[in-house]
Structure formats: C-alpha cells, structure tokens
Design a protein around this ligand. Structure first.
Ligand SMILES: [Zn+2]
Length: 154
C-alpha cells in the first residue's frame, strides 16, 4: 500500500500457515547497509508507525529474514542491525503482545536490563544499555531472528 511516499508492508500473521513457515525462518546477519537495506528499514518504520501502539518489529515479520529490528518506547526508537546481547541483569515479568499474533497477550519473564552491541542505520557500531519495557522489547524482537517468539501459540 502506498500513500505519501510511505510503504506499509503486510505484517505476517502466525496463525496463517504460509506466513508461519516464513516467520519460523532464521534471519541472517546484514553484511552491507546498501540501498535495499535502507529501503527495508524505511518500510519497517512506516509499517510499525502505521500500527496503533506498535512497539517493535523485526524484518522477518514483513517477510525479510534479516537481523534488523526496530524498538520503540517512551519517545525513543532504536534501529538495531545485527544486535547481540552482551550482558544482562535481573529478571522482570512483562505482559507482551506481538504484531504477528493479534489479540494474544502473555506474561513473559525477561531480563530486567540488557546491554547490547549493534550496528546503526549509518553503519556505526554502537552499544546500548536499557532497562524496563525497552529491554523487554529488545529481547522480544531479537527472539524473532531465531524464528521464535514467546507470544506464538504452538
Ligand atoms: Zn513477536
């Protein structure tokens, strides 16, 4: 769907058998931030922002098995390319939803705080430290890279 130059991509849904096969794929690391990757990131932003209260999206949720996710909370938004959690602290329970599992919410135990290295949209290697809900969102989106999501119903 196009409008105002934005590209809103269809979000794959876990209960749909064909979508599910794709969602279960393993995502590959990004080796070069070329125009295809930049366009993909823009589509991910437009798609996430089109969803009321959307907090995070991984590339596989629009059918692209790449290690890219967007995490948005409290006015802050990260584009994480090849993110890796390097350190964790504590535990906390969160009620989570997932764009690919509409209307399902589950209580999930997560690390309360994570440290993470990643590449940003401009190719710079960075490190973040986040606690609370942003930490939860980051852990949720990274799970999608291995083809899993704790909100999926088996
Ligand atoms: Zn999910």
């Amino acid at each position: 769907m196009k409008g105002n130059g934005k590209v809103i991509r269809r979000i794959l849904v876990y209960r749909n058998k064909e979508d599910r096969e794709i969602l279960k794929q393993t995502s590959e690391e990004v080796t070069e931030i070329n125009n295809d990757i930049k366009n993909l990131i823009q589509d991910m932003k437009d798609t996430l922002h089109s969803v009321h209260n959307g907090k995070g999206i991984s590339a596989i949720q629009i059918g692209e098995p790449k290690q890219i996710c967007i995490c948005s909370w409290g006015g802050e938004e990260y584009v994480l390319i090849n993110p890796k959690i390097t350190r964790t602290r504590g535990e906390e329970k969160y009620i989570e939803g997932c764009l690919s599992v509409p209307s399902v919410y589950k209580e999930i135990t997560r690390y309360q705080k994570v440290w993470c290295t990643y590449t940003d949209e401009n190719g710079n290697i960075k490190e973040l430290a986040e606690g609370g809900r942003m930490s939860d969102i980051i852990q949720h989106e990274i799970d999608h890279f291995s083809g899993s999501c704790k909100v999926y119903t088996e």
